[in-house]
Design a protein around this ligand. Structure first.
Ligand SMILES: Cc1cc2nc3c(=O)[nH]c(=O)nc-3n(C[C@H](O)[C@H](O)[C@H](O)COP(=O)(O)OP(=O)(O)OC[C@H]3O[C@@H](n4cnc5c(N)ncnc54)[C@H](O)[C@@H]3O)c2cc1C
Ligand code: FES
Length: 286
C-alpha cells in the first residue's frame, strides 16, 4: 500500500473538526476562509496536492465540495474561497471566526507538481477558478527554483469581481511569478492592468515560451475553456500539456454515488483535473 493510500485509509472517509481562524469578503458574494485542524495528528496527516478538494459538512444542513486554495508548502492552515449560491453556502456564511465545522478529504487527483519541474507553466484562471489555481500559484512562488518560467493570467468581469485582487496585485509587483491581470470591463477607468477577456493575455506569451516545454493549467467558468484552449493551441502547447479542472456536481467524492459521472468518467476520482488530449472529444465535459 502506498503512503498516499495509507493516509487515505486513515482519514479520507472520516470527518474531522476544523476551526475557522480567519475570514474576509473577497467580493459581494464570495468569502475567504482560513481553517486549522483541531487535532494535531490530523494536521500532520492532512497532505494534499494543489487542485484537490474537500467536503465540508454542517449537521442538519448538509455537505458541499470546496477546492483547497492554499498550497501544501504552507502547513499550519488551509484556505478556501466560497461563493454564496444556495442552501449550504448560505448556512456556511453565517459561521464566524472561532466556529468549528467538519471537513473530510482530500479528494480528486490534483496537479502532479513534481512532473512540472523545469517546465514553463502558464496558469489561466477565470472568476472562481482563481480559488483552486491559487494553490498552484503559491506553491510555484514558494518553490520558484523548481520551475522554468511561471506565468499567471487571471481574468474577472470587473475589478470589483476579482478574487484576491490585492494579493494578486502585490504578486504582480513582486514579479517572482509573471502575473498578468485582466478585467472584461473597467467602469472606473482606473484599472492599471489589461482590459479584455483573459484569452487576450495568452498571445502576449508567444515570444516568451518554448511550447514543447510548456504546461498550461486552466480553471474558470464553463464558457471560458474552449476559447483559452484555442489560444493555447495557437501557441503550439501540446494537447496533453493542457490541464483543466472540470468541476461537476458531486456528493460522495469517492466514486460511490455516481453523481459526478460524465462521459463514463468519475470526475471525483479520475478528475477534477483532465488533460485536453484525454477529453477533447467529450462534448459533455468541455
Ligand atoms: C470539485 C469541486 C470543487 C468546488 N470548489 C468550490 C470552491 O472552491 N468554491 C466555491 O464557492 N464552490 C466550489 N464548488 C461548488 C460548490 O460545491 C457548490 O457551490 C455548493 O455545493 C453549492 O451548495 P449550496 O447548497 O449552497 O447550493 P445549492 O442550493 O445546491 O445550489 C444553488 C445553485 O448553484 C448551482 N450549483 C450548486 N452546486 C454547483 C456546482 N457544483 N457546480 C455548478 N453549479 C452548482 C445549482 O444548480 C443552483 O443553481 C466546487 C464544486 C466541486 C464539484
Ligand atoms: S461524487 Fe460520488 S461518485 Fe463521484
Amino acid at each position: 500500500m502506498t503512503e498516499e493510500n495509507k493516509i487515505r485509509e486513515d482519514h479520507s472517509y472520516r470527518d474531522f473538526p476544523v476551526e475557522i481562524i480567519g475570514l474576509k469578503d473577497l467580493t459581494s458574494d464570495t468569502r475567504y476562509f482560513k481553517v486549522r485542524c483541531l487535532n494535531e495528528d490530523m494536521k500532520n496527516k492532512f497532505n494534499y496536492k494543489p487542485g484537490q478538494f474537500v467536503i465540508f459538512s454542517i449537521p442538519g444542513v448538509g455537505e458541499a465540495t470546496f477546492s483547497i486554495s492554499s498550497p501544501p508548502t504552507r502547513r499550519d492552515f488551509v484556505e478556501f474561497g466560497m461563493r454564496k449560491v444556495g442552501t449550504f453556502t448560505e448556512a456556511f456564511f453565517k459561521l464566524k471566526e472561532g466556529d468549528v465545522f467538519n471537513m473530510r478529504g482530500p479528494y480528486g487527483n490534483g496537479f502532479e507538481m513534481e512532473s512540472l519541474k523545469g517546465r514553463d507553466i502558464i496558469i489561466v484562471a477565470g472568476g472562481l477558478g482563481a480559488v483552486p489555481l491559487r494553490s498552484v500559484l503559491l506553491y510555484a512562488e514558494d518553490r520558484r527554483e523548481e520551475f522554468n518560467q511561471v506565468f499567471f493570467l487571471n481574468g474577472a468581469r470587473s475589478p470589483d469581481d476579482m478574487l484576491f485582487r490585492e494579493d494578486f496585485m502585490a504578486m504582480a509587483a513582486r514579479g517572482i511569478v509573471d502575473t498578468r491581470l485582466s478585467v472584461d470591463k473597467d467602469p472606473t477607468g482606473e484599472w492599471p492592468y489589461d482590459v479584455g477577456f483573459v484569452t487576450t493575455l495568452i498571445p502576449q506569451l508567444a515570444e516568451k515560451i518554448k511550447a514543447e516545454n510548456t504546461t498550461a493549467l486552466i480553471c474558470g467558468p464553463p464558457g471560458m475553456y474552449r476559447f483559452v484552449i484555442q489560444e493555447l493551441l495557437k501557441l503550439n502547447v501540446p494537447k496533453d500539456q493542457i490541464l483543466m479542472t472540470l468541476e461537476r456536481r458531486m456528493k460522495c467524492g469517492q466514486g460511490h454515488c455516481g453523481h459526478c459521472v460524465v462521459g463514463g468518467r468519475y470526475t471525483c476520482l479520475d478528475g477534477p483535473i483532465f488533460t485536453y488530449y484525454d477529453v477533447q472529444h467529450e462534448k459533455e465535459l468541455i
